[in-house]
Design a protein around this ligand. Structure first.
Ligand code: FES
Ligand code: FES
Length: 172
């Protein structure tokens, strides 16, 4: 059996999960990636696909409070779990503080990497027990690639986002 034939063998299975606070139920192939599920089954296209090989971080979402590259996970593995995508972090028309920070600090150019950057940045800030530094932000964002900005304004944005989220920042 060829690799292609193996990939084309699948079973339809029911997936039930919560996405941005809404119950979602779909019958999907058991080999469907979570990133595909979010984009094509739930029409949440803010989760971007930049590589499909676990390198770029454009597809990062939060699952039960932990960030995950959604191209590395099957939709089935998110069964009965709670997923937050970039579409789910604003409070109605009020942007999340990290979104405001990226806007204020010009932390994006084309914006392709931005959904994953923002979700990862919120997680960095929420996990940080010490005042957040630029060095820590750079270290933590190693899994998120940006082809446009050179990262300077992204790091500024994350530090500003931390401040707007009421967390201490060390800019020395
Ligand atoms: Fe998932 Fe690049 S699309 S890491
Ligand atoms: Fe274009 Fe990051 S803003 S890839």
């Amino acid at each position: 059996m060829t690799a292609r034939e193996v990939r084309e063998e699948y079973h339809m299975l029911r997936v039930e999960l919560v996405v941005n606070g809404q119950d979602v139920r779909r019958d999907v192939p058991d080999n469907m990636l979570l990133s595909t599920f979010l984009r094509e089954e739930v029409q949440l296209t803010g989760t971007h696909i930049g590589c499909d090989t676990t390198q770029c971080g454009a597809c990062v979402v939060s699952i039960d409070g932990e960030t995950v590259k959604s191209c590395t996970m099957l939709a089935l593995q998110a069964n009965r779990r709670s997923v937050t995508t970039i579409e789910g972090i604003a409070n109605g028309s009020e942007l999340h503080p990290m979104q405001r920070a990226f806007s204020e600090c010009h932390g994006l150019q084309c914006g392709y990497c931005t959904p994953g950057m923002v979700i990862a940045a919120i997680d960095i800030v929420e996990r940080s027990e010490e005042p957040l530094t630029a060095a820590r932000v750079r270290e933590e964002l190693k899994g998120n690639l940006c082809r446009c900005t050179g990262y300077v304004n992204i790091v500024k944005s994350v530090l500003r986002g931390a401040e707007l989220m009421g967390r201490p920042v060390d800019r020395v």
